[in-house]
Design a binder for this molecule. Structure first.
Ligand code: ADP
Ligand code: X2W
Length: 285
């Protein structure tokens, strides 16, 4: 069993990190695959609430891809992806918005249950995320998939200062009032840039960026943004990992200090990354 002294040592180890990040903003992309079960969800939300209580400002952007796919299936609609993005016709958009809205409130309720002050927003609230139509690979029409046009972070700053943990679903509003489905990673990167966050943390379902996607032990712990394009060209980074690394690179170029791709299946991955010497996953800087 852990001795009392060992427990104290762990707490003391957190002090320099609490000092370093006190008052800073950390954007966390909470992906659908990192919402596997209620124990894991509870661990993620506990980390967020703890962060807020020690003076760091977490902002959550959530996904929900697996739940959206599940609901579409129940309605007899097959999901189709082009370059990692869901082809979104108007009825798919309705389902996307409904499922993300439900997930959003589940996360908010869990934050509140664990003693934090959660507030759920979609990109439509206070024009937080305005969007334009995004074309797919080879200029394909992929429907109501949105590209972030502008982030209006004023409301977010207000609720953060009031002590809330904002939870944002990646739905954008277009110039004609149309609704857009935005990839959760892309939305998180754009929000981190607009808030000039200190960290962007993307939770996913792998250890981090792997040098060989079939070998779990080939984790790349640190990578420079400049080295990413060649890994994509070589086919080492593929599929759903591409939007993640691209948004890390964009966020870095826009002034976010560090970005991290972490294994959301590891309980308390966020705490381990933010408050301990070891750090986990891949840091893109
Ligand atoms: N080099 C790589 N390292 C790690 N994962 C990779 C790599 N290239 C592709 N991937 C894939 O990217 C996936 C993560 O993207 P995605 O499934 O979209 O996650 P999420 O649902 O968490 O947003 C991994 O499960 C893995 O299959
Ligand atoms: C355009 C697009 O693909 N949008 C995503 C939005 C949700 C998301 O990003 O969920 P994960 O983070 O769980 O993958 C979708 O419809 O699945």
């Amino acid at each position: 069993m852990q001795s009392a002294l060992e427990k104290a040592r762990v707490l003391v180890e957190a002090l320099p990190y609490i000092k370093k990040f006190y008052g800073k903003t950390v954007v966390i992309k909470y992906g659908g695959h990192a919402m596997l079960n209620s124990e894991l969800k509870q661990a993620v939300i506990t980390d967020l609430v703890l962060m807020k209580f020690v003076g760091i400002n977490p902002v959550v952007v959530h996904g929900g891809g697996p739940d959206i796919t599940g609901m579409l299936k129940r309605l007899g609609i097959e999901s189709q992806f082009v370059g990692g993005l869901r082809v979104t016709d108007s009825s798919t958009m309705e389902v996307v918005e409904m499922v993300l809205g439900k997930l959003n409130k589940e996360i908010v309720a869990l934050i509140n249950q664990l003693g934090g002050r959660g507030i759920g927003l979609s990109g439509k609230d206070a024009n937080l995320i305005t969007a334009t139509k995004k074309l797919g690979k080879d200029q394909a029409d992929i429907g109501f998939v949105g590209e972030v046009a502008k982030i209006n972070p004023q409301l977010l700053k207000t609720v953060i200062d009031e002590g809330y943990i904002p939870v944002i679903s990646p739905v954008g509003i277009g110039p004609e009032g149309e609704t857009y489905n935005i990839n959760g990673d892309t939305a998180a990167g754009a929000l981190a840039a607009a808030l000039q966050a200190d960290k962007l943390i993307i939770l996913t379902d792998v250890e981090g960026i792997l040098a060989d996607p079939k070998d779990k032990t080939s984790l790349i712990s640190v990578i420079e943004a400049a080295d990413i394009p060649s890994l994509i060209e070589q086919g080492i980074i593929q599929g759903g990992m591409i939007p993640k690394v691209e948004c890390c690179v964009k966020a870095i170029q826009s002034g976010v200090t560090t970005t991290h791709i972490l294994d959301g299946r590891v309980p308390h991955a966020i705490l381990l990354e933010v408050f301990t010497d070891q750090g986990i996953g891949t840091m893109v800087k």
